[in-house]
Ligand binder design. Structure first.
Ligand code: SAM
Length: 227
Protein backbone atom coordinates (compact mmCIF):
# COMPACT_ATOMS: atom_id res chain seq x y z
CA UNK A 1 0.00 0.00 0.00
CA UNK A 2 1.28 3.43 -0.86
CA UNK A 3 1.42 5.87 2.03
CA UNK A 4 0.00 9.35 1.40
CA UNK A 5 2.74 11.87 0.64
CA UNK A 6 3.64 14.15 3.55
CA UNK A 7 3.31 17.80 2.67
CA UNK A 8 6.60 19.61 3.10
CA UNK A 9 6.86 23.11 4.50
CA UNK A 10 8.73 25.26 2.03
CA UNK A 11 9.74 27.66 4.80
CA UNK A 12 10.04 27.58 8.56
CA UNK A 13 7.93 29.81 10.79
CA UNK A 14 8.94 28.83 14.31
CA UNK A 15 7.72 30.04 17.73
CA UNK A 16 10.82 32.21 17.78
CA UNK A 17 9.87 33.89 14.48
CA UNK A 18 6.27 34.34 15.62
CA UNK A 19 7.36 35.82 18.94
CA UNK A 20 9.71 38.29 17.24
CA UNK A 21 6.94 39.22 14.81
CA UNK A 22 4.44 39.87 17.62
CA UNK A 23 7.01 42.12 19.32
CA UNK A 24 7.56 44.03 16.06
CA UNK A 25 3.82 44.56 15.61
CA UNK A 26 3.66 45.99 19.15
CA UNK A 27 6.40 48.45 18.17
CA UNK A 28 4.60 49.69 15.05
CA UNK A 29 1.32 49.90 16.97
CA UNK A 30 3.07 52.04 19.60
CA UNK A 31 4.39 54.25 16.78
CA UNK A 32 0.81 55.04 15.71
CA UNK A 33 -0.49 52.31 13.39
CA UNK A 34 -4.05 51.67 14.53
CA UNK A 35 -5.70 49.78 11.66
CA UNK A 36 -6.33 46.32 13.14
CA UNK A 37 -6.44 44.61 9.75
CA UNK A 38 -3.00 46.02 8.86
CA UNK A 39 -1.55 44.97 12.23
CA UNK A 40 -3.06 41.51 11.80
CA UNK A 41 -1.61 41.15 8.29
CA UNK A 42 1.84 42.17 9.51
CA UNK A 43 1.56 39.71 12.38
CA UNK A 44 0.82 37.00 9.83
CA UNK A 45 3.31 37.55 6.98
CA UNK A 46 6.71 35.97 7.88
CA UNK A 47 9.10 38.84 7.10
CA UNK A 48 12.18 36.65 7.65
CA UNK A 49 11.34 34.71 4.47
CA UNK A 50 12.05 37.88 2.41
CA UNK A 51 15.61 38.25 3.74
CA UNK A 52 18.63 36.04 3.34
CA UNK A 53 18.73 33.36 6.11
CA UNK A 54 21.86 34.90 7.56
CA UNK A 55 19.92 38.04 8.48
CA UNK A 56 17.20 36.53 10.69
CA UNK A 57 18.06 38.85 13.57
CA UNK A 58 17.34 41.85 11.33
CA UNK A 59 14.02 40.59 9.97
CA UNK A 60 11.96 41.67 12.95
CA UNK A 61 13.61 44.97 13.72
CA UNK A 62 11.77 48.10 12.65
CA UNK A 63 14.26 49.06 9.99
CA UNK A 64 14.78 48.85 6.25
CA UNK A 65 17.27 46.21 5.14
CA UNK A 66 19.32 45.50 2.03
CA UNK A 67 17.97 42.86 -0.35
CA UNK A 68 20.77 43.06 -2.94
CA UNK A 69 20.97 45.00 -6.22
CA UNK A 70 21.35 48.20 -4.16
CA UNK A 71 17.70 47.92 -3.06
CA UNK A 72 15.92 47.53 0.27
CA UNK A 73 12.93 45.93 1.92
CA UNK A 74 11.11 48.91 3.44
CA UNK A 75 11.01 49.57 7.19
CA UNK A 76 8.01 47.72 8.71
CA UNK A 77 6.55 50.97 10.08
CA UNK A 78 6.66 52.45 6.58
CA UNK A 79 4.98 49.36 5.08
CA UNK A 80 2.27 49.62 7.75
CA UNK A 81 1.88 53.38 7.24
CA UNK A 82 1.51 53.14 3.46
CA UNK A 83 -0.84 50.15 3.78
CA UNK A 84 -3.01 51.95 6.32
CA UNK A 85 -3.29 54.94 3.96
CA UNK A 86 -4.40 52.65 1.11
CA UNK A 87 -7.57 51.59 3.05
CA UNK A 88 -7.56 48.16 1.44
CA UNK A 89 -10.87 46.32 1.16
CA UNK A 90 -10.95 42.59 0.37
CA UNK A 91 -11.18 42.17 -3.40
CA UNK A 92 -9.54 45.54 -4.18
CA UNK A 93 -7.36 45.54 -7.28
CA UNK A 94 -4.07 47.12 -6.27
CA UNK A 95 -1.02 48.10 -8.30
CA UNK A 96 2.28 48.10 -6.42
CA UNK A 97 5.22 49.85 -8.08
CA UNK A 98 8.52 48.44 -6.78
CA UNK A 99 8.01 44.77 -5.92
CA UNK A 100 11.46 44.53 -4.30
CA UNK A 101 11.47 41.54 -1.93
CA UNK A 102 7.72 40.90 -2.32
CA UNK A 103 6.96 41.64 1.36
CA UNK A 104 4.60 44.58 0.78
CA UNK A 105 2.87 42.54 -1.92
CA UNK A 106 2.25 39.71 0.57
CA UNK A 107 0.87 42.13 3.18
CA UNK A 108 -1.62 43.34 0.55
CA UNK A 109 -2.49 39.75 -0.39
CA UNK A 110 -3.06 38.99 3.29
CA UNK A 111 -5.61 41.81 3.34
CA UNK A 112 -7.50 40.09 0.53
CA UNK A 113 -6.37 42.36 -2.32
CA UNK A 114 -5.71 41.25 -5.89
CA UNK A 115 -2.18 42.47 -6.39
CA UNK A 116 -0.49 43.62 -9.61
CA UNK A 117 3.13 44.39 -8.87
CA UNK A 118 5.88 45.67 -11.15
CA UNK A 119 9.65 45.63 -10.58
CA UNK A 120 12.33 47.39 -12.64
CA UNK A 121 15.24 45.19 -11.60
CA UNK A 122 15.36 41.87 -13.47
CA UNK A 123 17.21 39.94 -10.74
CA UNK A 124 14.74 41.02 -8.04
CA UNK A 125 11.82 40.31 -10.37
CA UNK A 126 13.08 36.75 -10.88
CA UNK A 127 13.83 36.23 -7.21
CA UNK A 128 10.34 37.23 -6.10
CA UNK A 129 8.81 34.46 -8.21
CA UNK A 130 10.63 31.96 -5.99
CA UNK A 131 9.66 33.75 -2.77
CA UNK A 132 5.97 33.82 -3.69
CA UNK A 133 6.12 30.14 -4.62
CA UNK A 134 7.77 29.33 -1.29
CA UNK A 135 4.93 31.08 0.52
CA UNK A 136 2.23 29.58 -1.68
CA UNK A 137 1.06 33.09 -2.68
CA UNK A 138 -0.19 34.32 -6.04
CA UNK A 139 0.18 37.83 -7.41
CA UNK A 140 0.34 39.24 -10.93
CA UNK A 141 4.03 40.07 -11.25
CA UNK A 142 5.57 42.19 -14.01
CA UNK A 143 9.04 43.30 -15.00
CA UNK A 144 9.34 46.84 -16.34
CA UNK A 145 9.15 50.56 -15.69
CA UNK A 146 6.34 51.09 -13.17
CA UNK A 147 6.79 54.89 -13.22
CA UNK A 148 4.38 54.70 -16.19
CA UNK A 149 2.02 52.49 -14.22
CA UNK A 150 0.59 49.37 -15.82
CA UNK A 151 -2.10 50.74 -18.17
CA UNK A 152 -2.94 47.34 -19.64
CA UNK A 153 -4.63 46.24 -16.40
CA UNK A 154 -6.06 49.62 -15.26
CA UNK A 155 -8.18 50.88 -13.59
CA UNK A 156 -7.03 50.12 -10.04
CA UNK A 157 -8.77 50.69 -6.72
CA UNK A 158 -5.45 51.79 -5.29
CA UNK A 159 -1.82 52.29 -6.34
CA UNK A 160 1.15 52.16 -3.97
CA UNK A 161 4.59 53.36 -4.98
CA UNK A 162 7.40 51.99 -2.82
CA UNK A 163 10.27 54.06 -4.25
CA UNK A 164 10.80 57.82 -3.94
CA UNK A 165 9.53 59.84 -6.93
CA UNK A 166 10.60 63.36 -8.00
CA UNK A 167 6.97 64.25 -8.89
CA UNK A 168 3.61 62.49 -9.08
CA UNK A 169 3.42 60.71 -12.47
CA UNK A 170 0.08 61.78 -13.98
CA UNK A 171 -0.23 58.36 -15.63
CA UNK A 172 -0.74 56.87 -12.18
CA UNK A 173 -3.68 59.15 -11.38
CA UNK A 174 -5.17 58.34 -14.78
CA UNK A 175 -4.98 54.62 -13.98
CA UNK A 176 -7.02 54.96 -10.76
CA UNK A 177 -10.75 54.36 -10.84
CA UNK A 178 -12.89 57.27 -9.55
CA UNK A 179 -12.76 57.01 -5.75
CA UNK A 180 -9.33 55.32 -5.97
CA UNK A 181 -6.28 56.11 -3.82
CA UNK A 182 -2.64 56.69 -4.74
CA UNK A 183 0.03 56.51 -2.01
CA UNK A 184 3.41 57.78 -3.19
CA UNK A 185 6.55 59.20 -1.56
CA UNK A 186 7.60 62.39 -3.39
CA UNK A 187 10.65 64.55 -2.77
CA UNK A 188 14.36 64.55 -3.51
CA UNK A 189 16.65 61.52 -3.70
CA UNK A 190 17.22 61.46 0.07
CA UNK A 191 13.91 62.31 1.73
CA UNK A 192 10.31 62.42 0.66
CA UNK A 193 6.84 63.30 1.93
CA UNK A 194 4.18 60.62 1.70
CA UNK A 195 1.27 61.79 -0.43
CA UNK A 196 -2.20 60.28 -0.30
CA UNK A 197 -4.14 61.29 -3.39
CA UNK A 198 -7.86 60.57 -3.64
CA UNK A 199 -9.30 60.62 -7.14
CA UNK A 200 -12.81 62.08 -7.04
CA UNK A 201 -15.80 60.98 -9.13
CA UNK A 202 -15.38 64.05 -11.41
CA UNK A 203 -11.72 63.20 -12.07
CA UNK A 204 -10.35 65.94 -9.78
CA UNK A 205 -8.23 64.89 -6.82
CA UNK A 206 -7.59 65.70 -3.15
CA UNK A 207 -4.16 65.45 -1.61
CA UNK A 208 -2.95 64.82 1.95
CA UNK A 209 0.73 65.01 2.93
CA UNK A 210 2.46 63.13 5.75
CA UNK A 211 5.86 63.39 7.48
CA UNK A 212 9.27 62.64 6.11
CA UNK A 213 10.29 59.28 4.72
CA UNK A 214 13.37 57.96 2.98
CA UNK A 215 13.09 55.58 0.03
CA UNK A 216 15.43 54.39 -2.68
CA UNK A 217 14.78 56.36 -5.90
CA UNK A 218 12.02 55.55 -8.35
CA UNK A 219 13.80 55.05 -11.68
CA UNK A 220 12.41 55.08 -15.20
CA UNK A 221 10.73 57.57 -17.53
CA UNK A 222 8.81 59.41 -14.77
CA UNK A 223 11.40 58.79 -12.05
CA UNK A 224 15.06 59.72 -11.54
CA UNK A 225 17.72 59.09 -14.11
CA UNK A 226 19.75 55.87 -13.60
CA UNK A 227 22.80 57.19 -11.77
N1 SAM B 1 7.97 47.02 -1.80
C1 SAM B 1 9.26 46.42 -1.62
C2 SAM B 1 9.29 45.34 -0.60
O1 SAM B 1 8.25 45.05 0.02
O2 SAM B 1 10.35 44.73 -0.45
C3 SAM B 1 10.32 47.45 -1.30
C4 SAM B 1 10.70 48.20 -2.48
S1 SAM B 1 12.27 48.95 -2.53
C5 SAM B 1 12.18 50.14 -1.27
C6 SAM B 1 11.99 49.87 -4.05
C7 SAM B 1 11.91 48.99 -5.27
O3 SAM B 1 11.46 49.80 -6.36
C8 SAM B 1 13.24 48.41 -5.68
O4 SAM B 1 13.14 47.03 -5.77
C9 SAM B 1 13.51 49.05 -7.06
O5 SAM B 1 14.20 48.19 -7.94
C10 SAM B 1 12.09 49.32 -7.52
N2 SAM B 1 11.96 50.35 -8.56
C11 SAM B 1 12.63 51.51 -8.73
N3 SAM B 1 12.17 52.16 -9.81
C12 SAM B 1 11.18 51.40 -10.35
C13 SAM B 1 10.33 51.54 -11.50
N4 SAM B 1 10.40 52.59 -12.31
N5 SAM B 1 9.44 50.56 -11.74
C14 SAM B 1 9.36 49.46 -10.94
N6 SAM B 1 10.14 49.28 -9.84
C15 SAM B 1 11.04 50.24 -9.55
Amino acid sequence: MQLPKRSTNLFEDSYKHKGMRRALVKVIHAKGITDESVLHAMNTVPRHVFLDNAFLEHAYQDKAFQIGEGQTISQPFTVAFQTQLLQVQPGDKILEIGTGSGYQCCVLLELGAKVYTIEYNWILYQRVQKTLHKLGKTAHTFHGDGSKGLPKHAPYDAIIVTAGAPTVPLALIEQLRPGGRLVIPVGDRKSQNMLLIHKQADGSFMKETFNNFSFVPLLGDHGWQNS
